[in-house]
Design a protein around this ligand. Structure first.
Ligand code: EPU
Length: 422
């Protein structure tokens, strides 16, 4: 069993390079299925979610070549249209993007229900609403989603919920539908814009990504090309919070500061010094950390994927803070683990009340999901003594070389592999 061991406390100092965006690449890779020709994708983060999507693409017969450490060439010209089995789909949430991509390419697809972090009910009714508006018939059968149509035809779709996944999935399928698709009440996250830019660079005609309305004019086919993935907003935010929590001084490179505004502004409110440059940002965490309140919202609101990390910082603040979680009802699982280190957090409904001024003490803890795992690492960096984190495969799903990156900033952190029964 792999574990992360941290000897704290430490003060982070130095520079760290942010990898390509997880939630962008996990949609872009399935979307390559739509492309006849070679897609060269740059700034690919080598995280386990990516490796699992590559397994699905290989299973379908895609040609995959590692050009260098961060660049992949994917050729889906000769893929077979096949069912994506449960054993492959369950490993990550984003396997649902194969539904939109295979529907767009073949008009017929069967994908097992996706897996992913256990952070609440994760319905896909809005994805289905999108596919059905384009003319597909969608059925559920023995754990599989089956979507089929004789032709995909552009239409008007108004989403009842602002959903990242439904926005991207419908946009992918609509890229090769006949005529115009108008999608309203869509998500606006940076990765929505990135997937639209990727599809456009392969020949699609998509406008409005990043606003409430996306228009997709269907094209008959997508051809190959080269595309570089945007930097990961949440990885950058995680290092920003870690710098602040350890009272460090960290320069975070390869970022788009605009994408980080929701996080930067909140940290500034908490008396953390943020200095923005063109493609890097410096975070200085000296002085008293002020308490704050956050309410998670779709972009440009405060991201739910930064909530657990912020709870660690709030535990160190002067006074009581509050987090209202509006997206995922089971995102509070990390609270029990943080309490083992000394956190004083109470949860009522979707609101966590966090008492500040805590001195964390190292202890054995678990990573319940990806972002909870990131929060556990930050807490371990701040805690006195040894913190051992289990179930770290969640962390490896979305953070590239996280141990090496924190070690480069001066943390005493390492990964160990111990036999299961010890
Ligand atoms: N929702 C519905 N119906 C749907 C889809 C979503 O009711 O058909 C609801 C969800 O239950 C949730 C809200 O809408 O309450 C937002 O869900 P969304 O569809 O936006 O989430 P997602 O696409 O499943 C992506 C990220 C998550 C991130 C959320 C919110 C990927 C692969 N995952 O999930 O990332 O929390 O958007 O920003 O892009 C993570 O990276 O740790 C992670 C969980």
């Amino acid at each position: 069993m792999k574990k992360i061991v941290i000897n704290g406390p430490c003060r982070l100092d130095g520079q760290v390079e942010i990898s390509g965006g997880k939630n962008a690449i996990v949609a872009i890779l399935p979307a390559t299925v739509m492309v006849c020709g070679k897609c060269v994708i740059e700034n690919v983060p080598r995280i386990s979610d990516v490796e699992n999507i590559l397994k699905i693409l290989k299973y379908m017969g895609a040609g995959i070549r590692n050009i260098d450490e961060k660049t992949l060439e994917i050729d889906c010209t000769d893929i077979k249209n096949c069912e994506i089995p449960y054993d492959l789909a369950r490993r990550l949430r984003a396997s649902y993007y194969f539904l939109g991509a295979l529907l767009g390419r073949w008009r017929d697809t069967t994908v097992a229900m996706p897996g992913g972090c256990s952070i609440g009910l994760r319905p896909i009714d809005q994805h289905i609403k999108g596919f059905e508006s384009l003319g597909a018939k969608v059925d559920f059968e023995r754990g599989n989603v089956h979507a089929k149509c004789s032709s995909l035809v552009g239409n008007h779709v108004y989403f009842d919920v602002v959903s990242v996944g439904a926005t991207i999935n419908t946009m992918i399928a609509a890229a090769t539908a006949e005529g115009l698709t108008v999608m309203e009440n869509v998500a606006k996250e940076p990765h929505i814009v990135d997937v639209a830019n990727f599809l456009n660079s392969m020949g699609a005609d998509i406008s409005g990504a990043g606003t409430d309305v996306i228009k997709v004019r269907g094209v008959s086919r997508l051809c190959g090309g080269t595309y570089a993935v945007i930097p990961d907003q949440i990885e950058a935010g995680t290092f920003m919070v870690a710098a602040a929590a350890t009272r460090g001084d960290v320069t975070i490179k390869n970022v788009i500061p605009k994408h980080l505004e929701c996080i930067s502004r909140k940290l500034s409110e908490m008396n953390v010094k943020i200095i923005e440059f063109d493609d890097y940002i410096r975070v200085i965490g000296s002085g008293v950390i002020e308490s704050a309140s956050i309410k998670t919202m779709p972009y440009p609101g405060f991201p739910t994927d930064m909530h657990p990390q912020m709870a660690v910082l709030m535990s160190l603040a002067d006074g009581t803070s509050r987090v209202t979680e509006n997206i995922w009802e089971s995102r509070f699982k990390y609270v029990d683990e943080l309490r083992k280190l000394g956190a004083k957090i109470t949860v009522t409904g979707n609101v966590a009340t966090i008492e500040g001024g805590v001195q964390f003490l190292g202890a054995p803890i678990r990573s319940c999901d990806l972002r909870a795992g990131a929060a556990m690492i930050i807490a371990g960096l701040v805690a006195s003594g040894t913190t051992v984190i289990e179930d770290i495969e969640h962390i490896e799903r979305g953070y590239e070389n996280i141990i090496e990156k924190f070690r480069g900033l001066g943390a005493n952190i390492r990964k160990i592999d111990v036999p299961e029964n010890r």
